[in-house]
Design a protein around this ligand. Structure first.
Ligand code: ATP
Length: 235
């Protein structure tokens, strides 16, 4: 479904990601691991079309998409849910969700169906649908951001640190919902610091260090890898 071949991205004279190769098969959950600044977000921005490529190519459903405008990528089904959340705090939960639907020309009944689907995944959003987004807790805002991304009908959903800053119990719920989204047929690419939880739901993963992929493998291989455990799992 998604393939990055030899992708590099520079910020001025600084190379943020170097010769990155990633392959995501339809239906998978793939996780990008690595410390802050290792290059995960840059990789996401390159896939979204926000960052230009300085080398290599990105293919989505067998079409080269490197350098394509972000809105075209969203229409094609590549949807990123940003780490910064970027909600509209003075709009209600429901209004925020509806904003996610405007990237496509869609029938009202279809939008209603998507909304019901999001409310099924996140009952708390239904409960609070008339509340301002700004009044939600951090975890609820993160759920709203994911819900809004789902409203734009992703084929590939990219989540940048979905568990960051959440209480342990909410983290667990978050990963359960991610699995549920995947069961609905959406392919997922996650950037995570929480390697243990992410690998426990993922099919495979890539470990970034200083802009390069240094280890890759199935989730089980990475969980069993001593270097990965030492660096990211703490065992
Ligand atoms: P984080 O979890 O902190 O976002 P990350 O793994 O996603 O980490 P990136 O955000 O991709 O890492 O950053 C990779 C490198 O590029 C870092 O050294 C960062 O300082 C640098 N960088 C990121 N954005 C810019 C920018 N706009 N201009 C210059 N350097 C940048």
């Amino acid at each position: 479904m998604l393939k990055l071949t030899d992708v590099s991205v520079n910020y001025g004279s600084f190379t943020a990601i170097k010769h990155v190769n990633i392959e995501v098969t339809e239906g998978e959950i793939v996780v990008l691991l690595g410390a802050n600044g290792a290059g995960k977000s840059t990789t996401f921005r390159a896939i979204s079309g926000i960052n230009k490529l300085d080398n290599g190519e990105i293919y989505f459903q067998n079409r080269a998409i490197g350098g394509r405008a972000p809105d075209k990528n969203v229409q094609a089904g590549i949807v990123q849910c940003a780490e910064g959340r970027k909600l509209f705090p003075q709009m209600t939960v429901q209004e925020n969700l509806r904003m996610g639907a405007y990237v496509h020309r869609r029938k009202k009944t279809e939008i209603k169906h998507s909304l019901e689907n999001v409310y099924e995944l996140f009952p708390i959003l239904k409960e609070k649908h008339h509340h301002d987004a700004g009044s939600l807790s951090g975890g609820q805002q993160q759920m709203l951001a994911i819900g809004r991304a789902l409203m734009s009908k992703p084929k590939l959903l990219m989540l940048d640190e979905p568990s960051v800053g959440l209480a342990p119990l909410i983290v667990e719920q978050m990963f359960q919902v991610i699995e549920e989204i995947n069961r609905e047929g959406i392919t997922l690419l996650l950037a995570e610091q929480n390697a243990n939880a992410a690998l426990s739901i993922a099919d495979k993963g890539y470990v970034f260090e200083n802009g390069e992929i240094v280890v890759q493998g199935t989730a089980n291989e990475l969980l069993a890898n001593d270097d990965v455990r030492k660096a990211y799992i703490g065992a």
